[in-house]
Design a protein around this ligand. Structure first.
Ligand code: SAM
Length: 134
């Protein structure tokens, strides 16, 4: 099964809280980002963000430029509807990070990129990269 089909099936058959990796809040990731990138005007990209509430918490923390990139349109829609008006500034990017147009440049411009469990990049990668904006 193709990765997109796999993840669509996951999100179409399970509620957000039913997946094994569910956490109400991703406090470790949020703490790493706020510590590495205190500038709320910086761009933050959550790659493979799925339905996670990290985007909610980043917006609530005042980050004005947050993008969520994911293979699953269903997951992005669930997160988008959950945020409602408070997510108006969020960029919802549907696609594969390995082929998404502009993903490389977007990553280079971003102050923080969080990557979690992205097949073909790394099955165990979990981290945040902070860079200074020029
Ligand atoms: C284990 S889930 C984690 C979701 C979310 N980060 C969380 O903590 O709840 C992995 C996510 O990565 C996404 N994903 C997997 N491969 C991807 C790729 N090549 N490009 C973009 N997203 C991808 C999946 O659709 C899924 O939402």
């Amino acid at each position: 099964m193709e990765p997109t089909q796999h993840w669509e099936r996951v999100y179409q058959t399970k509620a957000a809280s039913e997946v094994s990796w569910y956490r109400p809040h991703l406090d470790v990731s949020l703490g790493l980002i706020t510590s590495a990138v205190p500038d709320r005007a910086a761009r933050v990209v959550d790659v493979g963000g799925g339905e996670a509430t990290l985007v909610d918490d980043l917006v609530a923390a005042g980050y004005a430029h947050v993008d969520v990139l994911d293979l699953s349109a269903t997951a992005l829609q669930v997160a988008r509807e959950r945020l409602g008006e408070s997510g108006a500034s969020v960029g919802w990017l549907h696609g594969d990070v390995t082929t998404f147009p502009g993903a490389h440049d977007a990553g280079r411009r971003a102050a923080a990129v969080r990557v979690l469990h992205v097949p073909r990049v790394s099955r165990t990668a979990s981290g945040v990269r902070g860079t200074r904006r020029s």
